[in-house]
Design a protein around this ligand. Structure first.
Ligand code: TYM
Length: 326
């Protein structure tokens, strides 16, 4: 029996990056072959940072195009925009009423916003509740994500348990799934690759821009000819995302000092461009037909909404609201 897979990417930037691809999207593509795949564009979540309507709309269509370029096939994956299914907002409220502030105060996103002295909107504070509503509305068994989202899936389980303990068994408890070896892809500065740190390598960047970024990866200033420590090097960490026979050779070259950072970066650029070539070609094709992408999202929303409506009906009934419609 196929399992229900549910996940999403936030259109807070116009382009997905290597972290999204290795940490999450590659899992989505892999799982669509055997499981019941539901993948969406988390545009309500992006609203915590993007307040330009034109930008948000354009980014959402971009992410949809990029999902398909990466290999998500509408014949095997339901693809839709989060905001096309308003039931998730309704479920967010029901979950909010059984969720303690203490739980949300422990969320990493909220804690770091507070520590950095950023303004915290209610949207950012309630972000994990909306994410729980996404997962629970679609009766997900498995949620493939990168490491930074694990806490959110665990909080989702807490919220579902709380709802079920209060109102009876209604919501299905999900489990997260991590990609092997790509839990936390580093960015060009060595921190986690993230749109908000401005350290990303985008999947669809022009070759020149990609080269500039990879050649600019921060390293120490060990001179050429001196042994290098592969386990402390961001360039090497990015190489490990592409398993192959050459990895052991590269490790040996690092340790013996026969390769410098410049050489390792050039080899990385070649690997990245080779690995992404099919995806980039598909992207160029899809960009020629934006109405196809819009149609896929529309059809996906109809399918997704049926599932979310069913969950909402069950939750409304359980929590003491009117009988389900229809
Ligand atoms: P977002 O858009 O920040 O990231 C999308 C996915 O990419 C993964 N990821 C990474 N994995 C490894 N290394 C990295 N450097 C890296 N950067 C990003 C993320 O872990 C994520 O899996 N809150 C979510 C979107 C969301 C969602 C959901 C996900 C909303 N509702 C329901 C799953 C289920 C987010 O901000 O992802």
């Amino acid at each position: 029996m196929p399992k229900r897979v549910l996940s999403g990417v936030k259109p807070s930037a116009e382009m997905m990056h290597l972290g999204n691809w290795f940490g999450a999207v590659r899992q989505f593509v892999e799982l669509q072959a055997t499981e019941d795949n539901y993948i969406f564009i988390a545009d309500y979540h992006a609203m915590t940072t993007v307040h330009d309507a034109k930008q948000l709309r354009a980014n959402s269509l971009e992410i949809a195009t990029q999902y398909m370029a990466c290999g998500l096939d509408p014949a095997h994956t339901v693809l839709w925009r989060q905001s096309d299914v308003p039931e998730v907002c309704e479920l967010t409220w029901l979950l909010s009423c059984v969720t303690g502030m203490g739980l949300l105060e422990r969320a990493h996103g909220y804690k770091s916003a507070r520590q950095e002295g950023r303004d915290v909107s209610m949207g950012l504070f309630c972000y994990p509740v909306l994410m729980a509503a996404d997962i629970l509305a679609y009766e997900a068994d498995i949620v493939p994500v990168g490491e930074d989202q694990v806490q959110h899936v665990e909080m989702t389980r807490d919220m579902a348990e709380r709802f079920n303990n209060t109102y009876g068994d209604t919501l299905k408890l999900p489990a997260y799934r991590l990609a092997k070896g790509a839990l936390r892809v580093p960015g060009v500065d060595g921190q986690k690759m993230s749109k908000s740190y401005g350290n990303t390598i985008g999947l669809f960047e022009p070759e020149g821009a990609m080269k500039k970024k990879i050649m600019g990866i921060v390293t120490d200033s060990t001179p050429m000819g001196t042994p290098l420590d592969p386990d402390k090097c961001t360039v090497f960490a990015l190489h490990t995302l592409f398993p192959g026979d050459d990895l052991e050779e590269l490790r040996a070259a690092y340790l013996s000092g026969t390769i410098g950072y410049g050489g390792a970066k050039k080899a990385l650029l070649t690997k990245v461009l080779d690995a992404l070539a099919p995806i980039r070609a598909r992207y160029d094709e899809l960009k020629r037909d934006p109405s196809y992408v819009a149609d896929v999202l529309r059809e996906g929303a109809v399918k997704a909404r049926l599932v979310a409506r069913r969950t909402m009906d069950a939750c409304r009934l359980a929590a003491g609201f009117a009988d389900p419609v229809g």
